[in-house]
Design a protein around this ligand. Structure first.
Ligand code: ADP
Ligand code: MG
Ligand code: ZN
Length: 512
């Protein structure tokens, strides 16, 4: 209707201007240009053009959440009070008002909150803790009140009898009161507590607050009291089966080449979160697009793992000499890794990526949460092997091993602190830095000797194979193993002792 009017007025105006003998051509040209631009924007769905409804996505369900079996189970049980309200009421059970999801970022907490809304047929509202923090006192509290009010009106409007409010990063506003000497946080938190205390089972719509944090330890104890967030659910990084499940979910509907082995990818990606796995699948698909392939291959997944772990390939162009040195260095890592734990070299590459000029990726045999003394020593050997291979081949070292040394020292420090060094059991708190230092140095010096002896027989072979690596840029674990078997000297089989050490930050990659 509007359009017709505008066109009519436009024509009348043009005729009138013509009647006044004014040159209308530039005007017509300008209007034409304007209309053309508007249509272009419209086609692209640009926000400047008329706003459109977002396409309706399928609602998130628990089937979209991979792994996390335990957390899902616990959450669904907790949610049953919303699904079976009558029974809960007749038994006089105190309603569940808040559920706190704790765990590292990217493990699917937001996803689970959305699934919870679908599962209970509730409306879903979300906000992040940081949204409540303002310069002006009172604004945060006002926003909390507003959020609860919106949840109720939205539920009524959509004819649902429950609403789930999801507050991400609740630690931002739920840190211990008074700790930051910032009145704003306190008021906001108080308001949240007031809202939660005011909720009751008989109310309709029923409101459930879900919150997520990776720092449950800094939350104000008042938040965790019964009647508030009295249910805490731990959402951990996925184990191997969990990763496989997530990979299956994320690759659903994507064309995979027949050689793709998701099980293998799951094994290689220890320590990855769900979000990282999602990024990994996406990267692999982008590679297929770039290479103009219709299917995603195993090699693309392998490259994508490298990319997620090490960063984008860089445009750095090392000289021929540097390339050879990097190849020698990486061969050192790879040989020792394979001698210590056969089958653990995933691949070797000398294509620069992120900060590394090249790297060897190791495949963990299985997820590890405890580390034996033997395992830690072996990892130190692997880390030191890069520079020792350079030393063996060139007679000197380069600056490329800096990261390796950091890694080796960290491993050695862990050994000392866990009572796995020659000074035996120690109390970490009362361990003088100088003693720690001496022990770390001792361990590293000893392992340097061990590694050097292990590498020495391979001197000529390294020189010859490094040439090959420079030519092909990267080689797979199987090819490497075939070569190694061909040149391998008789070696004692490594043995595993049973001393154990608690969790240690995991490094599956050894950069240059
Ligand atoms: P969090 O809230 O714990 O930081 P998110 O739920 O925001 O993590 O996860 C971000 C994205 O990562 C999700 O949208 C999803 O694509 C993917 N993701 C994370 N965890 C999982 C999981 N357990 N199963 C499937 N996908 C996941
Ligand atoms: Mg999130
Ligand atoms: Zn290295």
């Amino acid at each position: 209707m509007m359009k017709e009017w505008l066109i009519g007025i436009g024509i009348a105006l043009t005729l009138f201007l013509l009647y006044l003998r004014i040159n209308v051509l530039p005007l017509i040209f300008l209007i034409g240009l304007g209309v053309f631009m508007w249509m272009l924007l419209e086609r692209r769905g640009h926000p400047l053009a008329s706003s459109r409804e977002a396409p309706v996505k399928h609602p998130v369900t628990f089937a979209d959440v991979g792994g996390q079996e335990h957390a899902k189970q616990e959450l669904m049980e907790a949610l049953d009070f919303l699904r079976y309200r009558d029974r809960i009421q007749s038994l006089g059970i105190r309603p569940l008002k808040g559920i706190l999801l704790t765990g590292p970022p990217g493990t699917g907490k937001t996803l689970m909150a959305k699934a919870a809304a679908t599962y209970t047929d509730s409306v879903f509202l979300s906000a992040a803790g940081s949204e409540f923090v303002e310069m002006y006192v009172g604004v945060g509290a006002q926003r909390v009140r507003e959020l609860f009010r919106r949840a109720r009106t939205m539920a009524k409007k959509e004819n649902k009898d429950s609403a789930i409010i999801f507050i991400d990063e609740i630690d931002v506003l739920g840190g211990r009161r008074g700790q930051y000497s910032h009145q704003e946080y306190d008021q906001t938190l108080n308001q949240l507590l007031t809202e939660m205390d005011g909720m009751s089972t008989t109310q309709s719509p029923l409101v459930l607050v879900m919150a997520a944090t990776n720092r449950a330890d800094i939350l104000d104890p008042a938040l965790l009291r019964p009647g508030r967030f009295d249910r805490q659910i731990q959402v951990d990084l996925p184990d191997k089966d969990g990763r496989l499940h997530i990979l299956r979910i994320q690759t659903k509907g994507k064309p995979l080449a027949p050689d793709v082995d998701l099980e293998h990818i799951a094994r290689e990606t220890f320590g990855f979160s769900g979000a990282q796995l999602e990024a990994l699948v996406n990267e692999a698909a982008i590679m297929a697009l770039r290479q103009d392939k219709s299917e995603i291959s195993q090699e693309m997944f392998r490259d994508a793992v490298d990319k997620v772990l090490m960063g984008e390939k860089t445009g750095r162009k090392p000289t021929e000499d540097e390339l050879r040195r990097v190849a020698v260095h990486e061969l050192g890592h790879a040989i020792i890794s394979e001698l210590m734990k056969p089958g653990t070299v995933s691949h070797i590459t000398i294509a620069p990526r992120g900060n590394a000029l090249g790297f060897v990726r190791q495949i963990p045999e299985h997820d590890r949460y405890l580390y034996t003394r033997e395992h830690l020593l072996q990892q130190i050997n692997v880390a030191l092997a890069g520079c020792l291979a350079e030393e063996l081949h060139y007679g000197d070292r380069s600056t490329g091993a800096q990261n390796d040394f950091v890694q080796a020292s960290q491993l050695a420090r862990t050994m000392v602190k866990c009572g796995l060094s020659r000074i035996g059991i120690v109390d970490e708190e009362h361990l003088p830095e100088s003693v720690l230092d001496t022990e770390v140095r001792h361990i590293l010096a000893e392992q340097e000797r061990v590694t050097r002896d292990l590498l020495a027989p391979f001197k000529a072979d390294i020189a010859q194979f490094a040439f090959h690596i420079v030519e092909v840029e990267s080689i797979g674990g199987d090819e490497f193993r075939r070569w190694l078997r061909g040149v391998q000297k008789a070696l004692p089989a490594p043995k595993e002792s049973i001393a154990v050490c608690p969790q240690l930050s995991h490094g599956v990659t050894i950069g240059v």
